[in-house]
Design a protein around this ligand. Structure first.
Ligand SMILES: Cc1cc2nc3c(=O)[nH]c(=O)nc-3n(C[C@H](O)[C@H](O)[C@H](O)COP(=O)(O)OP(=O)(O)OC[C@H]3O[C@@H](n4cnc5c(N)ncnc54)[C@H](O)[C@@H]3O)c2cc1C
Ligand SMILES: *[C@@H]1O[C@H](CO)[C@@H](O)[C@H](O)[C@H]1NC(C)=O
Ligand SMILES: *[C@@H]1O[C@H](CO)[C@@H](O)[C@H](O)[C@H]1NC(C)=O
Ligand SMILES: *[C@@H]1O[C@H](CO)[C@@H](O)[C@H](O)[C@H]1NC(C)=O
Ligand SMILES: *[C@@H]1O[C@H](CO)[C@@H](O)[C@H](O)[C@H]1NC(C)=O
Ligand SMILES: *[C@@H]1O[C@H](CO)[C@@H](O)[C@H](O)[C@H]1NC(C)=O
Ligand SMILES: *[C@@H]1O[C@H](CO)[C@@H](O)[C@H](O)[C@H]1NC(C)=O
Length: 618
C-alpha cells in the first residue's frame, strides 16, 4: 500500500494524491528528516517563503483527529503502543540492578509532542545564558524567550475559575499569536487543591508565573491544551495542519530515513542524498546543489543516523564497518537523561474524581460524552501542580553544602575531560545559588502512577512525583549495528555518580513530608507505593532503582559546543565538517534545563528557522 503513504495531508480535507515517483522527482531546498516537534516547526517556517521547496520524511503514521491524541484526559494512553511509540529500551544499567529501562518516544506525525503529558514550563533565563557561555554565542535567555513567545498562543483562564484555583500568570510572559496553544487545565482534582498551601507550610514560596524567566518555587503551570477547542495542541496540529495545503510542502509518512549519503572533498563533506525505507522498500531522494538536510529525528535517533552516515567517532564507525566521512567523536557522547519516581497515596474519599475513574468503562463513556458539549471534566485534564526547589530545600542547608562540596572535590580530583568539568561546573554553580536553579521538580499526578503495586478497584489515588533535573551521571547513545532498523545502544549511566541516587533518597523522604503536610494529611488514607515497609536508605534506593524511570527529557547526543570541546553542531546548528547538514532537535542541548522540554525546544526550532532563512546570523 505504498501509494496510501504518499498522500499529501492524509487526514486533511485538502488531501491530494501524488505518486512515489512524483515525490522523488521533485527537487527540494530543505530535506527535513523527522516530522516531530522541531521538524514540523521548521517545515512550517521554511515554507513561509513560497520559493522554498520542503520535504519532510516521517517514520511514523499521521494520527490527526485521533481521539487518543486529541483528548487531554487520555494522556499516557498511547505511551507503549507501537502505533505511536518507538518503544526503545536502554542497555542494562550497571548502577540500577542491571535493569533495562523502557524509553518511549513518539513515532508519529508530531513526534513525541503527540504522546507527551503536555506539561508546559520554561527554564529560568539564566540556564540558557549558561548554555551560551559554554561556547555558543548568540544563545541567550533573553533571545530564546522571544522565540518561545513567538511559538505560543496562551488562552487565559476564566477569572472566577482562576481565582478559585490559584491560577496566576503574567500576560507579557506569553505569546498571543503563535501556533502552539496553551492554557490551564479546566479540571483540577479536589485532592490536588492543598498543593500551594502545603508548600507554604514547608517554607517554599509561590511564584506567579514559571514561564516568565524565573522558575524556582511552587506554581501552577499551563498545558499544551488549546484553550478554545480544549484539545491537545502538538507539533502536527500547531505547525502542520494549518499549512498543509502549501504546495511547497511535502510530508511523507511511513518513511524511515536510514542514512545521509555524502560526498567527501578536501574541504568539506556535502550531503547528496537521503535514503529511506518505505513499506520495506529502499528509496533515495537526492539533495540538489545548494540544498540542505536537517536532521530532526530526536535525541535517540539523531546520533544513530549520523553514525550510519559516516559521521562520528572513527573507532565506533570501524566496528560497524562504516567509512568515516567526518571524524567527529562527540556524536552520541555526553547524553544526559532526567530520572523520576512517584510516591502514591490512597485517598480517604472515594468520591473524588481522579484518572483512576477512567478504568471504569461506564464512567469513561459518560466522561467522553460530556467533553464535547461541556469542554470540562476529567477528560480535559492536564498536569498543573509543580514545584522546583533547590537542593537546600530537600536536604537542609548543612547537608546541601556538604554534598555540593564533596561532589566539587570529586570532580576536581577525577580524571575527566575539561568539557565534562565545565558542564558539571554549571550544575555546581547552580546548586550554590539556590534561588537560581530548580534542581528538583515535584509534581502532583491525579491518580495512581506508580508500579510497585496495582490500584484497587474503586479506590482513588494521588501520586506525588520527584524529578532530578540536573543529573551528574552522563552516558551515550550509539548505533549498535549497521542495520538502520535496529535500535541504538542507549546507555544513560543512571546513578553512576552517587550523588544522583543519594539526593533522590532524600527526595522520597521529602515527598512523604509533603504528603503529611497541610491539607494532604487529611486527604490521604495511606501511602500505597513504596508503602510503610520501605524505610531504610537502602530500601528506598532499591525502590527508586526498580520503580523509577526516565522522564523522556534526554539531551546532549549531538551537542551544540565548540568542535574542540566535543561538539557536534555549531551555534548555527551545522554539523561540523559538513557544508549542508544541520541538526535541530533536543539532542543539541549540551546540558539539561530545569524545565519540561517542549516550550524551550519550540523556541529553539523557531530560532533555527530564522538562522536557516538568513533572517538572523545566530
Ligand atoms: C511519553 C512522553 C511524555 C512527555 N511529556 C512531556 C511534557 O509533559 N512536557 C514537555 O515539555 N515535554 C514532554 N515530553 C518531551 C517532548 O515531547 C520532547 O522533548 C520533544 O518532542 C522532542 O522534540 P524532538 O523534535 O527532539 O523529537 P520528537 O518530537 O520526538 O520528533 C522526532 C521525530 O522524528 C521521527 N523519526 C525518528 N527517526 C526517524 C527516521 N529514521 N526517519 C524518519 N523519521 C524519524 C520520529 O518518529 C519523530 O516524529 C514527553 C516525551 C514523551 C516521550
Ligand atoms: C494501539 O493503538 C491503536 C491505534 O489507535 C488501537 O487500535 C489499539 O487498540 C491500541 N492498542 C492498545 C493495546 O491500546
Ligand atoms: C550486573 O551485571 C554485571 C555483569 O554481568 C555483574 O558483574 C553484576 O554483578 C550485576 N549486578 C547486579 C546488581 O546484578
Ligand atoms: C490554505 O488554507 C488556508 C486556510 O484554509 C488559506 O487561508 C490559504 O490561503 C490556503 N493556502 C493555499 C496555498 O492554498
Ligand atoms: C468527598 O468528595 C466529594 C467530591 O469531591 C465531595 O463532594 C464530598 O464532600 C467529599 N466528602 C467528604 C466527607 O469530604
Ligand atoms: C454536560 O453538561 C450537561 C448540561 O449542563 C450535563 O447535563 C451533563 O451531565 C454534563 N456532562 C458531563 C459528562 O459533565
Ligand atoms: C585519564 O583518562 C584518559 C581518557 O580516558 C586516559 O587515557 C588516561 O590514561 C587517564 N589518566 C589517568 C592518570 O588515569
Amino acid at each position: 500500500m505504498a501509494l496510501r503513504r504518499f498522500l499529501l495531508a492524509l487526514y486533511v480535507q485538502t488531501a491530494f494524491a501524488i505518486t512515489p515517483a512524483d515525490v522523488l522527482s521533485r527537487s527540494y531546498d530543505y530535506l527535513i528528516v523527522g516530522g516531530g516537534l522541531a521538524g514540523l516547526t521548521l517545515a512550517n517556517r521554511l515554507t513561509e517563503d513560497s520559493h522554498s521547496q520542503v520535504l519532510v520524511l516521517e517514520a511514523g503514521e499521521a494520527h490527526l483527529n485521533d481521539p487518543l491524541v486529541d483528548i487531554p484526559g487520555f494522556l499516557g494512553a498511547t505511551v507503549g503502543n507501537a502505533s505511536y511509540d518507538w518503544l526503545f529500551t536502554t542497555v542494562p544499567q550497571a548502577h540500577a540492578n542491571n535493569k533495562s529501562f523502557a524509553w518511549n518516544r513518539g513515532k508519529m506525525l508530531g513526534g513525541s509532542t503527540g504522546i507527551s503529558f503536555m506539561a508546559f514550563t520554561r527554564p529560568a533565563e539564566n540556564e540558557i545564558d549558561a548554555i551560551g557561555a559554554l561556547g555558543n554565542p548568540g544563545w541567550t535567555g533573553e533571545n530564546l524567550f522571544k522565540y518561545m513567545r513567538k511559538a505560543e498562543t496562551f488562552t487565559p483562564p476564566d477569572p472566577a475559575y482562576a481565582a478559585a484555583n490559584n491560577l496566576k500568570f503574567i500576560p507579557r510572559a506569553h505569546g498571543t499569536t503563535g501556533p502552539v496553544h496553551d492554557s490551564f487545565s479546566r479540571f483540577i482534582c479536589d485532592a490536588q487543591k492543598p498543593w500551594l498551601t502545603a508548600f507554604e507550610t514547608l517554607g517554599v514560596h509561590k511564584i506567579e508565573d514559571s514561564l516568565a524567566g524565573e522558575d524556582v518555587g511552587a506554581f501552577m503551570a499551563p498545558s499544551t491544551i488549546d484553550g478554545v477547542s480544549v484539545t491537545r495542541s502538538y507539533a502536527a496540529s500547531a505547525y502542520y495542519v494549518p499549512v498543509s495545503n502549501r504546495s511547497n510542502l511535502v510530508v511523507l509518512i511511513g518513511a524511515e530515513a536510514t542514512r545521509i549519503v555524502s560526498l567527501k572533498t578536501d574541504e568539506t563533506v556535502e550531503a547528496t542524498a537521503v535514503e529511506f525505507l518505505l513499506d520495506g522498500e529502499m528509496h533515495a531522494v537526492s539533495v540538489k546543489s545548494g540544498a540542505e538536510v536537517i536532521l530532526s529525528t530526536g535525541t535517540i535517533k539523531t546520533p544513530q543516523i549520523l553514525e550510519l552516515s559516516g559521521i562520528g567517532d572513527p573507532q565506533i564507525l570501524s566496528t560497524l564497518n562504516i567509512d568515516v566521512q567526518v571524524d567527529l567523536p562527540g556524536v552520541g557522547e555526553g547524553m544526559i537523561d532526567q530520572f523520576f519516581f512517584g510516591v502514591s497515596f490512597e485517598l480517604k474519599n472515594d468520591s473524588i474524581v481522579t484518572l483512576d475513574d477512567l478504568r471504569d468503562p461506564a464512567f469513561l463513556a459518560e466522561a467522553l460524552g460530556g467533553i464535547v458539549p461541556n469542554k470540562t471534566g476529567i477528560m480535559t485534564l492536564g498536569v498543573t501542580a509543580f514545584a522546583l526547589v533547590p537542593l537546600h530545600t530537600i536536604v537542609g542547608d548543612a547537608r546541601a553544602e556538604s554534598l555540593i562540596d564533596a561532589q566539587a572535590r570529586k570532580i576536581a580530583a577525577g580524571n575527566f575531560s575539561d568539557t565534562q568539568k565545565q558542564k558539571w561546573d554549571v550544575i555546581i554553580q547552580g546548586l550554590r545559588e539556590p534561588m537560581k536553579r530548580g534542581y528538583i521538580e515535584l509534581t502532583a499526578f491525579t491518580g495512581f502512577f506508580t508500579t510497585a503495586s496495582t490500584p484497587v478497584e474503586g479506590k482513588k489515588y494521588m501520586t506525588l512525583t520527584g524529578h532530578l533535573r540536573f543529573p551528574f551521571s552522563t552516558g551515550s547513545i550509539h548505533a549498535a549495528s549497521a542495520d538502520p532498523t535496529a535500535q541504538p545502544a542507549i546507555d544513560p549511566h543512571y546513578f553512576e555518580q552517587d550523588i544522583d541516587l543519594e539526593v533522590m533518597v532524600d527526595v522520597l523522604k521529602y515527598l512523604r513530608r509533603l504528603g503529611s503536610t497541610g491539607g494532604f494529611k487529611d486527604l490521604f488514607a495511606s501511602e500505597t507505593d513504596p508503602g510503610a515497609a520501605v524505610q531504610t536508605d537502602d530500601e528506598i534506593m532499591q525502590y527508586i532503582k526498580n520503580h523509577g524511570g526516565t522522564e523522556y527529557h534526554t539531551v546532549g547526543s549531538a551537542a551544540m559546543l565548540p568542535r574542540e570541546k566535543g561538539g557536534v553542531v555549531s551555534p548555527e546548528l551545522k554539523v561540523y565538517g559538513t557544508s549542508n547538514i544541520r541538526v535541530v532537535d533536543y539532542s543539541i542541548l549540551p546540558i539539561q534545563t530545569s524545565a519540561h522540554p517542549m516550550s524551550a525546544l519550540y523556541g529553539i526550532a523557531e530560532k533555527a528557522a530564522d538562522i536557516i532563512r538568513g533572517i538572523i546570523t545566530v
